[in-house]
Design a protein around this ligand. Structure first.
Ligand code: TEU
Ligand code: CA
Length: 567
């Protein structure tokens, strides 16, 4: 693997509406982010991805962009953006923006012009198709429910395509002029000094141009959008062109958000001449399915989690570096999702942190993960903001669940779980704002917050700092960043173990993913304990015994260890 400047970094995602409110209106903003750069620096962060801050009607919280060149007034001004870039630069933090170009907002001037003249220049910036006798052209379902086709106002038999909400019309990437508009916009931002982009729903930019029905997979007669994605051929041509025309001249950092791609395409995506620098590793996040909707999800076991991580690293590590995440703005909180009840405490949260940061890959934290924020308690469906959750609630009700059951089901997966205000302190509104936040804060902010954890050596936050620092520790960086990942003790259940074999040092990573203790035996002698989440008062000292050439290790429930072993 060719070495890149970003390999040793740790990245952090900011959801701008919920990170820090700088002007006291209850909504997070750019000034708020700038205020917290020192905090991020102190955590050890080198790359920050900010979810969309462009002008938007916020139907999908900024993922519906009405002007790619403007900052939305709720976030501040372009001057605030420039200030943020300058201040980040002083601290050696690179800023990555969100690139949402599968679709724009229906309020974007392109779409407004297309509405006026569907057969003119801008009509061809979108997918506007004739229906079948007043019915949509085909039976694809949108990600947020219902048909991907919406009737064009004023026309009986014309429809436009939207893979997400109807206020997010898909852009027609087959149109070379449209593509040039996008590349120009990308270059404009890179020119400003951003380091690169996270590429939203990027595999969706290629459609199956036959626009034909697929077998229905639910009672609504529609088929999952993923089916269309699997049938669409040729996305790489667009991606290569975009790289050549927009990213390569600036050596931009690019990280793709892609689901439903073929494993044999890994090389094409993140190999030496790949379309992107990196992609997110969603392998644990897609576990549990939910083919029919969230109500139909299966719980994710620790072993399934482990096997997914092993498999994606086996597939990718000799090709390129994926990015490891536990959560993001579309997912529930990792501590609530991946930890069994008994492990939902600081020890368990540190174990998850350890797994994510010691697995080969670029660690990508989501705001609040570093203090172990958890899912929120939903009081009623009225307080849900997220469009996706509202759709799934209807789907669940449609299956005969009552309102209380439906609320409980969607609460587990709701994207709002991750979107509550960042918990800075035990002050009113979690120290996030002086005004009532746009989305109610999590009830537990008095127990879980940055201020409390910053002052405590055994906090989740302190543990993250330790793990992050290890990536740039000259003694261990080679093993932690580049060391080959080799699974060990695979016959154990509820357990994760692997070596990270660097050129000179070998680390052994062990996670006892259950509440009961366990003893494991390895064939090497242990030279040194580097990370241990049970040093604190809650857990008893682990035991390491020499056995001939090897070692026997007794582990507490949810104990996580990184030790150096002989080569
Ligand atoms: O998410 C897109 C998205 O990829 C998911 O809907 C995904 O396709 C699905 O979970 C696959 O199982 C991005 C943003 O992260 C999200 O916040 C936006 O709502 C969406 O794109 C539309 O822009
Ligand atoms: Ca604000």
């Amino acid at each position: 693997m060719e070495r890149k400047w970003w390999h040793e970094k740790t990245a952090y995602q900011i959801y701008p509406k919920s990170f820090m409110d700088g002007n006291g209106d209850g909504i997070g903003d750019l000034k708020g982010i700038t205020q917290k750069l020192d905090y991020l620096k102190g955590l050890g962060i080198g790359i920050v991805w900010i979810s969309p801050i462009y002008r938007s009607p916020f139907v999908d919280q900024g993922y519906d962009i009405s002007d790619y060149y403007g900052v939305d007034p709720v976030f501040g001004t372009m001057e605030d953006m420039d200030e943020l870039l300058a201040e980040a630069k002083k601290r050696d933090i690179r800023i990555v923006m969100d690139l949402v170009v599968n679709h724009c907002s229906d309020r974007h001037e392109w779409f407004q012009k297309a509405l006026k003249d569907p057969f003119g220049k801008y009509g061809d910036y979108f997918y506007i198709k004739e229906g079948k006798n007043g019915k949509p052209p085909c039976n694809w379902r949108s990600y947020f429910g219902g048909s991907v086709w919406e009737r064009l106002p004023g026309y009986e038999n014309l429809f436009y395509l939207h893979m997400f909400a109807k206020e997010q019309p898909d852009l027609n990437w087959e149109n070379p002029e449209l593509r040039q508009e996008i590349y120009r916009m990308i270059r404009w931002w890179l020119e400003k000094g951003i380091a690169g982009f996270r590429l939203d729903a990027i595999i969706n930019i290629k459609k199956d141009l036959r626009f034909q029905d697929f077998p229905a997979d639910r009672d609504d007669g529609l088929c999952a959008p993923a089916v269309m994605v699997r049938h669409a051929k040729g996305v790489h041509d667009f991606l290569r062109e975009m790289k050549r025309e927009a990213f390569a001249p600036y050596q931009a950092f690019t990280i793709g958000e892609l689901f439903d791609f073929r494993p044999e395409e890994m090389e094409l995506y993140i190999g030496k001449n790949g379309c992107f620098e990196s992609i997110f590793d969603f392998s644990p996040h897609v576990l549990g399915g939910g083919e029919k909707g969230w109500y139909d999800r299966k719980p994710v076991t620790p072993d399934a989690f482990r096997n997914a991580v092993y498999e994606s690293k086996r597939m990718s590590q000799s090709i390129g570096m994926m990015a490891n995440i536990i959560e993001n703005h579309d997912e529930p909180r990792g501590a609530s999702r991946y930890l069994p009840e008994a492990g939902r405490n600081e020890t368990g949260k540190k174990m998850l942190a350890g797994i994510s940061l010691m697995t080969i890959g670029l660690p990508f934290l989501y705001q609040g993960q570093e203090i172990g924020m958890t899912n929120k308690r939903f009081r009623s469906i009225e307080e849900v903001d997220d469009i996706n959750t509202l759709d799934e609630y209807q789907v669940t009700l449609g299956q005969g669940f009552d309102e209380a059951e439906a609320l409980q089901i969607v609460a587990e997966m709701s994207r709002d779980n991750a979107r509550t205000p960042m918990q800075w302190s035990s002050d009113l509104y979690a120290g996030f704002s002086k005004a009532v936040p746009w989305l109610r804060e999590n009830d537990n902010y008095r127990e879980i917050n940055v201020a409390e954890q910053e002052g405590r050596a055994d906090s989740v936050l302190s543990f993250y700092k330790k793990l992050i620092a290890l990536r740039t520790d000259p003694v261990y960086t080679e093993a932690v960043v580049y060391g080959e990942q080799i699974p060990v003790l695979e016959e154990e259940t509820n357990f994760i173990g692997f070596y990270r074999k660097g050129a000179e040092k070998t680390l052994l990573v062990l996670a006892n993913y259950r509440k009961e203790k366990r003893e494991v035996t390895i064939s090497q002698a242990i030279k040194k304990v580097i990370i241990d989440n049970c040093e604190d008062r809650d857990c008893r000292e682990h035991l390491i015994a020499k056995t001939g050439e090897g070692s026997r290790i007794s582990m507490e429930g949810y104990q996580f260890l990184v030790v150096e072993v002989g080569n």
